[in-house]
Design a protein around this ligand. Structure first.
Ligand code: MV4
Length: 452
């Protein structure tokens, strides 16, 4: 097992990793930017190294500075968390050349799944359902028009180097397809330095359902159920839950087996997520694979009882997973509300600044993953998420009632947060019925605005 792990991240996920390492008896090293000098991860780690100025490019994204911190502290492994360097295929390569273990998959795996067209092809070969679409990237607008005619409109144009919704266009006819191809290529070239695009049939009113998978180097690979992530705005999730009301045991087994088949086809090691679109007709299609631990991993931890960060560390150290698919039990229901330092009523404008007072909720079935404390200054420089409130209940309604109660208990003074919006969502009829898709939140927000 590792002796010392460097945590190449900040905020709540840095705390989460430090806590798991501590329970495993592993020492920790925090790295921090000048904006994070007074952050909780700096205090909770055994050692801390300043790696540069506030701008992420000069600190949390700077591989050379992070490797120097790892070398001077004699760290034997690095946990990347999510965001920042977690899906940069170059990072595990540099770690390997420095004889430091990267807690995550190989650079080849990250590179393969980072190319959305290649990921799609890989899943087709593994027998995982994908949306009907072009064979690979498109060479011309004429080729795109031929493919779209065969598929039928509407279609969606996606960038091979994109992901998370970047560089996408919906086309409803040949004219909008031809202009969409041009703008998508230009946008992809400008943003990713790679203008390659492909086309798929557009699935209308889908849910975003993702499966947590985990693999080790001994051939064990299993799924830990799904997360319902349809409640999002501009590809930022606000609220996640497990299980999804849209799945029964039969569909869960079918989608879970597809997720495992996809991950097995690439001999995946570590924690990963297979994202699916689930249509109103209950047909499902592979969308993307994320090769990192995700923000919403706690809802899976709450229904399975497994610690995913400890598992990630153990698997990276070469240990065999002690879990078998037929032993995984999904118990009860979990919700996660992301609390962001934003003004939801002012178009989600960021609300950084000093938190004059913070009171964290507690009691039965409540978990809070947060780096907030009274007096903490939320910097304007990074992601606006300041807390994740997670609740567990024997059924969905108990988890919802607990979430309302927990958010009502929470006090965050000095900045605005998304808590009031969450409380309104948790009383919405469609949400309560579980009757929603990826367009739900936009509709909810416009209907609230119209009622003003
Ligand atoms: C789609 C789709 C409909 N049909 N693909 C959005 C992010 C990226 N991972 C792929 N995305 C989508 N791909 C087909 N063939 C709709 C979306 C989509 C979406 C997916 C999940 C969650 C929110 C979304 C919001 C808009 C579009």
């Amino acid at each position: 097992m590792f002796k010392k792990i460097l945590v190449a991240n900040r905020g709540e996920i840095a705390l989460r990793v430090i806590r798991a390492a501590r329970e495993l008896g592993i020492e920790t090293v925090a790295v921090f930017s000048e904006a994070d000098r007074d952050s909780l991860h700096v205090r909770l780690a055994d050692e801390a190294v300043c790696i540069g100025p506030p701008a992420a490019a000069d600190s949390y994204l700077n591989i050379a500075r992070i490797m120097s911190a790892a070398e001077i502290t004699a760290s034997d492994a690095i946990h990347p968390g999510y965001g920042f360097l977690s899906e940069n295929p170059h990072f595990p390569e540099v770690c390997e050349s420095c004889h430091i273990r990267f807690i995550g998959p190989s650079s080849e795996m990250i590179r393969l799944m980072g190319d959305k067209a290649a990921a799609r092809r890989t899943m087709v070969e593994a027998g995982v359902p994908v949306t009907p679409g072009s064979e690979g990237v498109l060479q011309s607008a004429d080729e795109a028009a031929d493919v779209a005619k065969r598929l039928g409109y509407p279609v969606i144009i996606k960038a091979a180097a994109g992901g998370g919704g970047k560089g996408m266009r919906i086309a409803t006819d040949e004219a909008s397809l031809r202009s969409g191809i041009r703008t998508a290529q230009a946008e992809a070239e400008a943003n990713f330095g790679n203008g390659a695009v492909y086309v798929e049939r557009y699935v209308e009113k889908p849910r975003h359902i993702e499966f947590q998978i985990i693999g080790d180097r001994h051939g064990n690979l299993l799924h830990l159920g799904e997360r319902e992530c349809s409640i999002q705005r501009r590809h930022q999730k606000l609220l996640e839950e497990s299980p999804s009301v849209a799945l029964d045991d039969a569909l869960r087994t079918k989608m879970g087996s597809a997720a495992v088949a996809g991950a097995r086809a690439i001999a995946y090691e570590g924690c990963g997520t297979i994202e699916f679109l689930l249509g109103p007709d209950r047909e499902f299609y592979f969308m993307e694979m994320n090769t990192r631990i995700q923000v919403e991993h706690p809802v899976t931890e709450e229904v399975t009882g497994y610690d995913l960060i400890k598992a990630q560390i153990a698997v990276a150290a070469g240990e065999a997973l002690p879990w078998r698919q037929d032993e995984v039990r999904l118990r009860g229901h979990a919700l996660e509300c992301r609390v962001n330092a934003e003004k939801p009523d002012r178009n989600f404008q960021p609300s950084p600044g000093r938190v004059s007072y913070f009171h964290s909720p507690g009691g039965p079935g409540v978990r809070v993953d947060s780096h907030l404390y009274s007096g903490y200054v939320v910097p304007p420089t990074y992601d606006s998420m300041v807390a994740k409130v997670i609740t567990w209940g024997r059924d969905r309604m108990e988890a919802i009632v607990r979430m309302r109660r927990a958010l009502e208990e929470t006090v965050v003074e000095g900045i605005d947060t998304t808590i009031p919006l969450h409380l309104r969502l948790l009383n919405d009829q469609a949400f309560l019925k579980g009757d929603f898709h990826t367009g739900y939140l936009d509709t909810f927000l416009s209907s609230e605005a119209a009622a003003e």
